[in-house]
Design a protein around this ligand. Structure first.
Ligand SMILES: NC(=O)c1ccc[n+]([C@@H]2O[C@H](COP(=O)([O-])OP(=O)(O)OC[C@H]3O[C@@H](n4cnc5c(N)ncnc54)[C@H](O)[C@@H]3O)[C@@H](O)[C@H]2O)c1
Length: 272
């Protein structure tokens, strides 16, 4: 029973940002469940970028395409290739995004008052306009096919503000570090983009949901881990494979009556 309920065998799934830390996880696990996975990622052309994926995935069920989600023609070209191989996708996971890593230049992680307009544009272009364009291009095809599931990947920092006290230890050691605003603003906007499209496409059976995620362990420095984990009710960051089940759920018929929702997996971060 549960096998059938969560069955995604042969469903065609486009994963934007599928070569990133989480995108790889989504792509692996979907492929293990028998889905056909098309990765749209800017890094696809980089030497060796896709080799760890190819090694683990069943031949003929994965393709990695160099798509820039900020460019409509690029998305359309990627989609045309997917359709020619496997038909109209059943699902789209919008995971491509830009965030400022802790080691970004000081201007990126400085005070809000000096946050560069160019950085704002760059982040909003990928994180928000990129999702808008992918939904427009791929979602339209799904609506014409009368079925589909779109999953927009959000963040706790789109629901609540980053807690700047986490970075006190960095400011104490002389650097002026604040988690910047553009990422938060872009992820917040996705929450209502999700609701808008969920209602817009509901009658055409394209479901649109948001997955709000907490921070993932990625060998961050010890002081950051101590500060971050102290604010998580579960006391730890997520493992990179802990979001895969939710993705399978949202693509499968187990979530057939779910649209316009925001599914939160954050170890309890937003619960207190
Ligand atoms: N890692 C975390 O702790 C975390 C926490 C909460 C939410 N998220 C969200 O999960 C998603 C995946 O995060 P991640 O940690 O795997 O990110 P990542 O930085 O590891 O990967 C992002 C991928 O997007 C690709 N990309 C960037 N710009 C692109 C463009 N214009 N066109 C196509 N591809 C582009 C990059 O090449 C990269 O492979 C993101 O939406 C992120 O905001 C991540």
């Amino acid at each position: 029973m549960s096998g059938e309920l969560f069955d995604i065998e042969n469903r065609v799934v486009v994963v934007t940002g599928g070569l990133g830390q989480l995108g790889r996880q989504f792509s692996f696990s979907l492929s293990e469940c028998g889905a056909k996975v098309a990765i749209f990622d800017l890094a696809a052309g980089e030497k060796g970028a896709a080799s760890p994926l190819r090694a683990g995935i069943h031949e003929g069920k994965l393709c990695v395409l160099p798509v820039d989600v900020t460019k409509r023609e690029s998305i359309a070209a990627g989609l045309a290739q997917v359709k020619a191989m496997w038909g109209v996708p059943h699902a789209l996971i919008n995971a491509a995004a830009l965030d400022s890593p802790p080691d970004a230049p000081a201007t990126e992680n400085g005070p809000f008052e000096n946050y560069p307009e160019s950085s704002w544009d760059r982040v909003l272009d990928v994180n928000l306009k990129g999702v808008f364009l992918c939904c427009q291009v791929a979602g339209a095809e799904m609506a014409n096919a009368g079925r589909g599931s779109i999953i927009n990947i959000g963040s706790i920092y789109g629901s609540v503000s980053p807690d700047q006290r986490i970075y006190e230890y960095r400011r104490g050691s002389g650097s002026s570090f604040f988690k910047p605003i553009a990422y938060s603003a872009s992820k917040s906007a996705l929450i209502n983009l999700t609701r808008y499209l969920a209602t817009y496409w509901a009658e055409r059976n394209v479901r649109v949901n948001m997955l709000t995620l907490g921070g993932v362990f990625n060998n961050q420095d010890a002081e950051f881990l101590k500060e971050y984990c102290a604010r998580v009710p579960m006391g730890r960051m997520a493992r990179e494979d802990e979001y895969n089940g939710a993705v399978v759920f949202l693509i499968s018929d187990a979530s057939a009556y779910m649209t316009g929702s925001n599914l939160v997996l954050d170890g309890g971060w937003t619960a207190w």
